[in-house]
Design a protein around this ligand. Structure first.
Ligand SMILES: *Cc1c(COP(=O)(O)O)cnc(C)c1O
Length: 377
């Protein structure tokens, strides 16, 4: 039966290995009967959304007519983003999460004979988006384990590989990268952009942009004028704490935005999500508080994990990726049994690693306590 039902399925779809998300707290409670679990597995903001957003949502649920379709153009949110980043509104595309935008890109630019390039150990959605379009994935070797930016993107290698692959139509660059947390010098990205043919789209995925040290953030505003083939994708899922509502956005040349809009569902952002994103942009104090907590706790986690003899990759994001120098699966399991959900990295080809989202002080203490128990055996 399975074979018959596969007969006319798109060939690319049959090759997809589904994305494995971080385990929801409910599922751990169901599976292991663990009470009061914490989740440090999906890089969500441990402070949650801004209290102002929460209040605006409650107000909207009480007063708005949600029987009406949302504003399919996302006019108000685009106006706000345009003002905040000094970008023309026609250069903005809104997505149901920035994943939505990554998929638009693949649908528009990738396909049989139109390959997609990205780094080894990059975000898992890139190969999925390519595969769904039956496009070949060209995986660029990452930096070696001994590099100062271990497992990070190697932009010189991107340029070299691209020269030999004229079929590449779309390049994904994650900065900072997930699942490694590593980042790129702005100059390395710019040098690469100068070497990319003008008809190859480069998608710079900045999901962790706000967590980056401002001194390390590239001037993408300038690049967008200089490189019409550049797209910059960002999200409200991470520092803005709106992962459950699904809003992402991209800046690009208006012609690229126009193409992305042709494959976008007309109402891909719901009314409450649009409102939440608008209000969230107005509460930069919440963003600053979240970034400050993250920087402090990321440094503490790094210190304490290294003191346990573990490797910690350099991170400019809201997570740390930990090298246990042995199979990390039993450690993952031990943490689950103690109600701490982190992310195993086996599916990324890093079986000795776990990725741990930086939580609140109490959550990080609980993780460290559980980990010490597990390591004692
Ligand atoms: C989390 C993440 C995204 C965005 O996810 P959405 O929730 O769909 O906005 C995109 N890229 C990377 C590298 C991420 O880690």
């Amino acid at each position: 039966m399975g074979q018959t039902l596969h007969t006319h399925a798109a060939p690319g779809i049959l090759g997809i290995e589904p994305y494995t998300p971080g385990m929801p707290i409910d599922e751990l409670q169901r599976r292991l009967g663990v009470k009061s679990a914490i989740k440090l597995a999906s890089n969500e903001n441990p402070l949650g959304m801004s209290p102002k957003v929460r209040a605006a949502l409650a107000e909207a649920v009480a007063s708005q007519n949600l029987a009406l379709y949302p504003d399919g153009s996302g006019h108000r949110l685009k106006q706000k983003l345009a003002r905040m980043f000094d970008i023309a509104p026609e250069r903005i595309t809104l997505g149901n999460g920035s994943n939505d935008i990554l998929e638009f890109l693949a649908r528009v630019y990738a396909g049989p004979g139109r390959a997609v390039m990205f780094s080894e150990y990059a975000f898992a959605v890139y190969p999925l988006a390519a595969q769904a379009q039956s496009a070949e994935s060209v995986v660029v070797p990452a930096r070696p384990a001994e590099d100062p930016m271990p497992y990070g993107h190697d932009m010189a290698a991107f340029a070299r590989v691209l020269r030999g692959r004229p079929d590449v139509a779309l390049v994904f660059v994650a900065n900072p990268n997930n699942p490694t947390g590593t980042w790129l010098e702005p100059q390395a990205i710019e040098d690469f952009l100068r070497q990319v043919p003008p008809d190859v789209i480069v998608a710079l995925d900045e999901a962790y942009f706000e967590y980056q040290d401002p001194a390390l953030r590239p001037d993408t505003r300038r690049w967008l004028d200089q490189f019409p083939n550049l797209l910059v994708a960002r999200t409200f899922s991470k520092v803005y704490g709106l992962a459950g509502l699904r809003v992402g956005y991209a800046f690009s040349h208006p012609d690229v935005a126009d193409l992305l809009n042709r494959v976008r569902q007309p109402f891909n952002n719901n009314s409450l999500a649009l409102l939440a994103a608008e209000v969230a942009l107005d509460d930069q104090a919440h963003v600053a508080q979240s970034v400050e907590l993250n920087a402090r706790e990321r440094a503490r986690l790094t210190r304490e994990l290294r003191a346990l003899g573990l490797g910690v990759l350099p991170s400019q994001a809201n997570f740390v990726t930990v090298d246990f120098h042995r199979d990390a699966q039993p450690i993952h399991q031990g943490l689950l049994e103690r109600g701490v959900i982190v992310r195993p990295m086996g599916s990324y080809g890093l079986p000795n690693f776990l990725r741990v989202t930086v939580g609140t002080v109490a959550e990080n203490d609980r993780f460290l306590g559980a980990l010490k128990e597990v390591l004692r055996g």
